[in-house]
Write a protein that binds this ligand. Structure first.
Ligand code: URP
Ligand code: ZN
Ligand code: ZN
Length: 484
């Protein structure tokens, strides 16, 4: 009997640290061995290909209900197909809380939606209303159930938290062991500026960027970190779009603060100028923080190379362009304030980062693996099961042709959205097969997997979320107010 169920033979294995020639032996859905001349019941020829950990996308909005009754137009099944098409095998998505409601009103429904996933998944729990019951009772229960990250918004109606509410979430995370992830933009500054722009008649999509320049992101990033430092609570700043915000993270990291920074594919290749396309077209590129300019894009590569930002996610959002829902929900002449923020990008994440990063010589192969798989898995407590090719890890693998040239089209994305903001982009390097827990789920663009075959990834306590034990004046205010 063959020793392995499947052997990926003759490829170049890329880990977070190195690149070497090896066969990969898979047994019972896990990596069983790396070696030479392995024999399996089934063999996949990886000659000339890279063999890398499947992508781990820790920032995806999938089938996410909103307080207004809307639901993102991407189901867990279609999003999984898109993920597999792009070489990603697991994702962390966002379980909502609606203001005025406990979390239990929405979590069971969200779990039921996610049960149709084909990729493995976990949740961040969004906190929009940190009442005594939520902080004192629900958050500890949710964390104990394996949701080890809480998401807070410092801007957006009706999601944003004020500083006191943010502190309450930090305190609860510290007490019970979770990472806090932060959307860092200044709520009042954006609203003030938006009102002023609209009053002056500036309502087109391009004014979205002008309503939220880098300074509002820098200010909120600084404040988010300062309050986390006060509480001694680890945080990750989401979707850093510009070097100004990254500098705040770098300064805090130099002080030893446990703060990490994520950026997203779009900030390397899209710009504010994309929102200045004719008519409503600019809405296709609208997300927050806003894509910036060429100098910001160049600066972002610098802070990625320096390690300040160590995760690249998609921030995938299921809003279509042409339909009555999605970008056009408020009409095709809607002012920028009323156009949903967020763009689809699950399938495009790895190809764009590979093409712009590795193929253009900005990062090396292990760095690519760290940004797309190893670091997100570690930071979210999914390692070593995910983001790794070490024996014992789940056999989540992407076989990659580093020389294949492709032009991005919406059809290639295999999502349920009617556009991609990356249409027409020339790419070097493309996934040719994706393996998820030992199942070949994509080959030459053909996705084959059963809805419901993905698993929820419950996360236990892990090192990244342990506080440093460095408290201003030695006073632990997280312990002082039991309900937060
Ligand atoms: O514009 C964005 N990024 N929409 C998704 C929600 C968020 O802020 O992460
Ligand atoms: Zn956000
Ligand atoms: Zn997001």
């Amino acid at each position: 009997m063959a020793e392995f169920d499947l052997v990926v033979r003759g490829g170049t294995v890329v880990t977070a640290a190195e690149t070497f020639r090896a066969d990969v032996g898979i047994k019972d859905g896990r990596i069983a061995a790396l070696g030479e001349k392995l024999a399996g019941a089934r063999t996949m020829d990886a000659g000339g290909l890279l063999v890398m950990p499947g992508g781990v996308d820790t920032h995806c909005h999938i089938e996410q209900p909103g307080a207004d009754g809307t639901v993102h137009e991407e189901s867990f099944a279609t999003a999984s197909a898109s993920a597999f098409a792009g070489g990603t095998t697991s994702a962390v998505c966002f379980a909502p809380q609606f203001r005025g409601h406990p979390i239990r009103d929405t979590l069971a429904d969200y779990r039921a939606r996610a049960a149709h996933a084909m990729m493995d998944y976990s949740f961040h729990q969004i906190i929009t209303d940190p009442t005594d019951e939520v902080i004192g009772k629900e958050v500890p229960e949710i964390i104990a159930s394996g949701i080890r990250s809480l998401k807070v918004f410092l801007t957006y109606d009706p999601l944003h938290l004020d500083d006191r509410q943010y502190l309450r979430v930090l305190a609860a995370a510290r007490r019970h062991g979770a990472l806090v992830t932060v959307h860092a933009e200044n709520y009042d500054a954006i609203n003030y500026r938006t009102e002023a722009l609209l009053a002056a008649g500036h309502a087109a999509p391009k004014y979205h960027a002008i309503s939220r320049p880098p300074v509002v992101e820098r200010e909120a990033t600084h404040r988010a970190i300062a309050l986390a430092e006060l509480m001694d609570q680890p945080i990750q700043i989401f979707h850093v779009s510009c070097p100004e915000a990254a500098e705040e993270i770098a300064r805090a990291q130099a002080r030893g603060v446990k703060v990490w920074g994520e950026t997203c594919t779009q900030y390397f290749v899209l710009g504010a100028a994309d929102m200045d396309r004719p008519g409503f077209e600019g809405a296709k590129f609208m997300c927050s923080p806003s894509p910036r300019d060429a100098a910001a894009r160049a600066g972002l590569w610098d802070v990625v190379r320096q390690g300040t930002l160590d995760v690249v996610s998609s921030d995938h959002c299921g809003f279509s362009y042409g339909g009555a829902r999605g970008k056009g929900a408020a009409g095709r002449n809607a002012p920028f304030r009323d156009i949903p923020n967020g763009i689809p990008g699950l399938a495009a994440r790895l190809p764009i980062l590979f093409s712009e990063g590795v193929a253009k010589g900005r990062i090396d192969l292990p760095h690519f693996v760290r940004l797309t798989a190893a670091n997100p898995a570690r930071l979210m407590g999914l390692a070593p099961r995910k983001g790794s090719l070490m024996p014992g890890a789940d056999a989540d693998i992407v076989l990659w042709d580093p020389a294949k040239r492709m032009t991005i089209t919406n059809a290639l994305m295999q999502h349920a959205i009617d556009y991609t903001p990356y249409e027409g982009m020339e790419i070097t390097g493309w996934p040719v097969a994706t393996i998820a827990r030992g199942r070949v789920v994509m080959q030459e663009g053909k996705v084959q997997a059963e809805p419901g075959s993905g698993r929820f990834l419950a996360r236990g306590p892990y090192d990244f979320i342990r506080p440093r034990g460095v408290l201003p004046d030695g006073f632990d205010m997280s312990a002082a107010l039991p309900a937060g």
